[in-house]
Design a protein around this ligand. Structure first.
Ligand code: SF4
Ligand code: SF4
Length: 308
């Protein structure tokens, strides 16, 4: 039997640049983390302000339109605030955080920088349930209360965070879950919350918690026929880690994801050979920000975003 080679995707344009700014270090150890971040995982290191600034210059020349920061927990990087302030001179910035570690003085600095910048600063805060009973078994004891306080502080500081949750409930309960999320967020003063529901990616810790991908959970050439490839983050972005430039924020742990040392070098085709590519294909737009300030994104037909 001949096995069909996986289809490849080209980088259409480098519109978005991601930074694995905290490497794989996180103060939490979520059971579904697709890159198995933890307080002990140092397989990827922090990016320095200087390293980010060099990439921002490189990115500007290539016409990058927006910047994303992830980890691990970005705010464990002691230069995170300075990195965001610097980025806001180049373009809009979004930071993905678990909302449990930041300090009021950082928020004040960021509020000022966002006010002075012509670009927007977005926060995405992860919380995986509308109660401690639904969130804490996945993200750790006490994390629900801490994340909720973090969201409240952001809202009080005038930000409109994007709240993200990984779907760990049956699809049939989706509307009820969303209703409970809205009620919860209303209680902390966030009355028209931006919600983004994400599919789980069955790699890293999540593969241990549930199961990994089956052999047939793969994208084929036929499936891509007529498919809008802009739904896949690798079509218009790359991510910088302390090792170089990788294809996307999802696959950094896979050796084949490292495409080059410079952004130009990494602008090459990539074969969609991973199980996670199948999830991207099914759900689309996993990593993008929701477009409306009042809506929710969920479900396969209404595209569901990276952790944290
Ligand atoms: S995991 Fe998703 S974003 Fe990454 S290469 Fe595969 S399809 Fe593209
Ligand atoms: S999912 Fe996010 S918050 Fe949880 S361990 Fe991974 S990086 Fe940390």
């Amino acid at each position: 039997m001949t096995v069909e080679p996986p289809p490849s995707i080209s980088l259409a344009a480098l519109d978005e640049l991601w930074f694995q700014v905290a490497g794989t270090l996180c103060n939490l150890t979520c059971h579904h983390c697709f890159i198995s971040c933890s307080p002990h995982n140092r397989s990827f290191g922090f990016l320095t302000l200087q390293a980010v600034q060099q990439r921002l210059e490189e990115a500007r020349e290539l016409g990058v339109k927006e910047y994303y920061f992830t980890g691990g927990e970005p705010f464990l990087n002691p230069q995170m605030t300075a990195i965001l302030v610097a980025t806001l001179k180049y373009g809009p910035a979004t930071v993905l955080t678990n909302g449990t570690v930041w300090k009021d003085e950082w928020l004040e600095t960021l509020k000022r920088a966002a006010h002075e910048s012509e670009y927007s600063l977005e926060f995405r805060v992860s919380i995986d349930g509308f109660s401690a009973q639904t969130n804490d078994p996945i993200r750790g004891e006490g994390t629900f209360d801490r994340a909720l306080q973090g969201i409240q502080r952001l809202v009080q500081a005038g930000f409109l965070p994007i709240i993200t949750a990984t779907r760990t409930w049956p699809q049939a309960s989706e509307l009820e879950v969303l209703r409970k999320f809205r009620k919860l967020l209303g209680k902390v003063g966030y009355t028209r919350p931006r919600l983004k529901i994400l599919p789980s990616l069955k790699i890293g810790a999540e593969a241990q918690r549930t199961s990994g991908y089956g052999l047939h959970d793969r994208v084929t050439s036929e499936m891509l026929d007529g498919y809008d490839q802009s739904q896949l983050v690798c079509h218009q972005s790359r991510i910088v880690t302390d090792r170089g430039v990788h294809v996307c924020p999802i696959l950094i742990d896979s050796p084949d994801s490292l495409l080059g040392r410079s952004l130009k070098e990494a602008a090459i085709d990539f074969p969609l050979s991973h199980g996670a590519c199948y999830t991207c294909f099914q759900y689309g737009s996993i990593c993008t920000n929701p477009s409306s300030a009042s809506g929710s994104q969920h479900g396969p037909s209404a595209p569901p975003q990276s952790h944290v």
